[in-house]
Design a protein around this ligand. Structure first.
Ligand code: SF4
Ligand code: SF4
Length: 142
């Protein structure tokens, strides 16, 4: 490969999920927008009413996943996310949140809470690779 051709930035340069489940713990979960809801229903192969009843906590227009034993109902300690292909977009994006590009304090907070983040990179290096990934890819999910 010519030296002038830059290799594509890779998510694995920044992060590799350790499946620790930290981001799936807590008494609330991320909210699901309309696309998330449809994707999850399709992925589970169930009727919407069943999914709503079994897996969602609905409060007015806010739809979140139920929690069980202090974590998202879909989290399994042996498998990780049991609805991986149908998970909400906010779960897909974590921990490479675009706010990292402008907020070093937020970067530090995320870095301290996610053991999958490459700890060898300084903020500016991390930021620059993330910017390239966002510029080069329509979606960046792991
Ligand atoms: S906190 Fe990070 S390493 Fe742990 S499961 Fe979540 S994304 Fe993966
Ligand atoms: S949907 Fe999956 S990735 Fe998102 S919080 Fe639940 S278990 Fe974690």
């Amino acid at each position: 490969m010519s030296e002038s051709i830059k290799e594509k930035a890779k998510i694995s340069d920044l992060f590799e999920c350790q499946k620790c489940g930290h981001c799936c713990h807590g008494e609330t979960t991320v909210s699901l927008d309309a696309d998330d809801q449809q994707r999850m229903i399709l992925s589970l192969g169930m009727y919407e009413e069943e999914v709503r009843e079994k897996y969602w906590r609905v409060n007015g227009s806010v739809v979140q996943m139920k929690t069980k034993d202090g974590h998202c109902i879909f989290y399994n300690k042996n498998i990780g996310c049991m609805v991986h292909t149908g998970r909400p977009w906010r779960c897909c994006q974590w921990p490479l949140h675009p706010s990292i590009l402008t907020d070093e304090i937020n970067f530090e907070t995320i870095r301290n809470s996610c053991p999958g983040i490459n700890k060898n990179l300084k903020y500016e290096e991390f930021r620059s690779i993330l910017q390239r990934i966002i510029d080069e890819q329509e979606e960046y999910t792991y």
